[in-house]
Design a protein around this ligand. Structure first.
Ligand code: ARG
Length: 459
């Protein structure tokens, strides 16, 4: 009979199909180094508290360190018949140090062990996520700074609405990614507590020192209820949710880049090294990276739903269903980290076509609101002003003219209140610079936002 750690009460070999079906080692081996760290901390505590002899703890720790080396140097042989990462490492420890290996699992279960491993793994992932998010936020601020005087049409309903600074537009994304960073930092706190000591579900009768283990592993604290601790995957849901929302933002940004690089907009170009071609149309240069970012949001949202569905309806406490948490988590981690790095490259590489943006501002009567506001300053109620300008716009449309091209006599036909000073209100620069409200697109406000962002990024 194959040596399964849990084989004692069994009288026949596991069915091959079952072995295949229940195994997770082909993906959870990714947790190996965290598993070893957790085991070393646990063994040290067992020795220190006298739950096992100190010499045994030292042997176990030395053996685990050798295994760590074997894994890092690619010598470790993973066995599917040993089911998961935990039992693979335990079996290897047995081979290295003999029966004393069996003492490591004192006062522990795979249930609190795996929960610990995933928390350690995710904590590192979140730190890397925050670092990459920061690089992306920096790139946005840099690009905003380089383009402070560039004006483009601001859109609502994908229709030209009012002129805005490109820097203001870019800083809007800075806001989204800054909220994401805060969200991930919060998930890190939720993740950073140690379940060890919960054992299978009820806690352990041995006099373990939970605080010592938590401290050694760099956790900020310990979980409070053993039953919750072994079945809680909320912190993974929180991470997948934060990643999903980050992908909403990444996908929106991508969509804009895709629109902007199209011939219709022509607002930007991207470096060749970040684009791909067509196998049939020689002239093509496609924004595939941005498209794939947009597309990959699908799997990231899907992974969130996978885990929510796995968790709903699980009775207390650990259930094997929980093993299904890892593949969605790993997939989102890999997708998110790659995409954050690429999104940053897209922003750094973004080449702005100022002339095209400027030219686009001539279409769509972007300063019509300014004209209405002008009439308000002359005493007309806004609703009436809106109506007057609406009629003016209709006239311009009919004649194929721009508001600011109309001579003063013509403008006066629509309202006696209009004087020579109106033309300043109809310029793009005038429109933008009057929006001095906090959070508005006036250059001084956008410069303030950039300054504020730079301070945040230094912190
Ligand atoms: N591979 C398992 C998981 O990921 C580890 C815990 C297994 N525990 C158990 N009692 N079968 O959830």
């Amino acid at each position: 009979m194959a040596q399964k750690p849990w084989g004692g009460r069994f009288s026949e070999e596991t069915d091959k199909l079952v072995e295949e079906f229940t195994a997770s080692v082909h993906y959870d081996k990714r947790l190996a180094l965290y598993d070893i760290r957790g085991s070393i901390a646990h063994a040290r505590m067992l020795g220190k508290t006298g739950i096992i002899p100190l010499e045994d703890a030292e042997k176990i720790i030395a053996g685990l360190k050798e295994i760590e080396k074997d894994i890092k140097e690619g010598r470790f042989k993973w066995r599917k018949d040993l089911e998961d990462v935990h039992m693979n490492i335990e079996a290897a420890l047995y081979e290295k140090i003999g029966p004393v290996a069996g003492k490591l699992h004192t006062a522990r279960s795979r249930n609190d062990q795996v929960a610990t491993d995933v928390r350690l793994f995710l904590r590192d992932v979140i730190d890397e996520t925050l670092s990459r998010l920061k690089d992306l936020r920096k790139a946005l601020v840099e690009k905003a700074k380089e383009n402070l005087e560039v004006i483009l049409p601001g859109f609502t309903h994908l229709q030209h609405a009012q002129p805005v600074l490109l820097a203001h537009h870019l800083m809007a994304y800075y806001e989204m990614f800054t909220r994401d960073a805060k969200r991930f930092a919060f998930v890190r706190q939720e993740t950073n507590v140690c379940p060890l000591g919960s054992a299978a579900l009820a806690g352990t009768p041995f006099p373990v020192d939970r605080e010592m283990v938590a401290q050694e592993l760099g956790f900020a604290g310990i979980t409070r209820n053993s039953m919750d601790a072994v079945s809680d995957r909320d912190f993974i849901v929180s991470f997948l949710a934060a990643a999903s929302l980050a992908f909403v933002h990444l996908s929106r940004l991508s969509e804009e880049l895709i629109l902007w690089i199209s011939q219709e907009f022509g607002f930007i170009d991207l470096p060749d090294k970040l684009c791909t071609g067509s196998s049939i149309m020689p002239q093509k240069k496609n924004p595939d990276v941005a498209e794939l970012i947009r597309g990959k949001s699908g799997r990231v949202f899907g992974n969130l739903f996978t885990l929510l569905t796995v968790l709903k309806g699980l009775p207390m406490t650990y259930n094997r269903d929980l093993q299904e948490d890892k593949e969605p988590l790993f997939d989102t981690v890999d997708t998110l980290l790659a995409v954050l790095a690429l999104a940053k490259e897209l922003i750094v590489g973004l080449k702005v076509n100022r002339e095209r943006m400027r030219k686009a501002c001539e279409e769509g009567h972007l300063t019509a609101t300014d004209l209405a506001d002008y009439l308000v300053t002359k005493g007309l109620p806004f609703r009436e002003a809106h109506h007057v300008v609406g009629r003016l716009v209709a006239y311009c449309e009919e004649k194929g003219q721009k508001l600011w091209e109309l001579p003063i006599e013509k403008l006066k036909e629509f309202s006696e209140l209009i004087g020579e000073d109106v033309y300043e209100w109809l310029t793009l620069e005038g429109s933008v610079s009057r929006r001095k409200v906090v959070g508005g697109t006036a250059p001084e406000q956008v410069e303030k936002a950039i300054y504020q962002a730079e301070k945040e990024l230094e912190a």
